[in-house]
Design a protein around this ligand. Structure first.
Ligand code: HH2
Length: 278
């Protein structure tokens, strides 16, 4: 991996989940209120983008209908839009939800299926004119961790992402609106696949599209550490992964701990720039 002094700061995307288990004190109003407070906190902490999701992609998570998912995310997007111009990304695989979110003020469609979930996804992305994040996943969310297999994981992820970018452009999505994401943890063995992929991020960056990296709090961090680390005990590993991404030239990182990540990236960038000047 080459160490690149960043000419552009790595952008930080703060995660907000509106899945029922995220704010367990229940009730839609309470949930929306708590989420708005979280959005304000992430903005104050230095987030450049907010990523809002209303359906969990974890294996075993309950599927939700498009209406229910839209009912979860739209009020929050409207509430954020009423007080902030921060770019909002909608984390959904459903075109109906992407449409509703875009109408409410979201400008980025973050799709973990890379616009493969519905036959109309590609056309919907082109019609919305939004930015799109195309993420790699082997298999389906419910079963993806059962037995992921690769020959050369970096080459296969890069090939998939290049093909999805081509498909999006062929459908009418403008090249400059496309982001790529290697999909850490999505149909990837904890160590055999996630680690080489993180180590080979520069080959994904070399495809020529901005790359988003989502490694924050993921299970591989616990596997590398002593095991048994719960999601909120993975901050150190999350920051390490963000810095690996920065060194490889990713354009943005999707994180839960915005303030700490912003600080780490600022220090990394300051040192990288001082080194390149010295
Ligand atoms: N990871 C999760 C959800 N959406 N989108 C993109 N583009 N990239 C990702 O890596 C990604 C994503 C799942 O993250 P997890 O930490 O399991 O759950 P959540 O972040 O929803 O709390």
């Amino acid at each position: 991996m080459t160490a690149l002094p960043a000419s552009q700061p790595v952008r930080v995307m703060g995660v907000i989940n509106l899945t029922p288990d995220s704010f367990s004190d229940g009730g839609r109003f309470a949930q929306a209120g708590a989420a708005l407070l979280q959005a304000r906190r992430l903005i104050a902490d230095g987030a450049d983008v907010l990523d809002i999701g209303g359906e969990s992609t974890r294996p075993g998570a309950q599927p939700v209908t498009a209406d229910e998912e839209a009912d979860r995310v739209v009020p929050l997007i409207q509430a954020i839009r009423a007080e902030s111009a921060i770019p909002i990304s909608i984390d959904t695989m459903k075109p109906e939800v992407a449409r509703a979110a875009a109408a409410a003020g979201a400008s980025i469609w973050n799709d973990v299926t890379a616009l493969r979930h519905a036959p109309e996804s590609l056309a919907a992305a082109a019609e919305l004119g939004c930015e799109v994040v195309l993420m790699h996943m082997q298999g389906e969310p419910g079963t993806m961790q059962a037995e992921p297999r690769y020959g050369d994981v970096v080459a296969e992820v890069a090939e998939f992402l290049a093909a999805r970018a081509q498909a999006a452009m062929a459908a009418g999505v403008a090249r400059e609106r496309i982001w790529l994401d290697p999909g850490i943890g999505f149909g990837k063995h904890m160590l055999d696949h996630n680690l080489p992929l993180l180590g080979g991020l520069d080959r994904i960056v070399a495809l020529g599209f901005p790359v988003l990296l989502g490694a924050s709090r993921k299970s591989f961090i616990s596997a590398v550490d002593e095991g048994g680390r719960t999601a909120d005990q993975r901050l150190g590993g999350s920051i390490a992964a963000a810095l690996v991404g920065a060194a490889a030239g990713v354009a943005a990182v999707r994180v839960h701990d915005v303030r700490e990540t912003v600080q780490a990236l600022r220090v990394w960038r300051a040192v990288a720039q001082a080194g390149s000047l010295g």
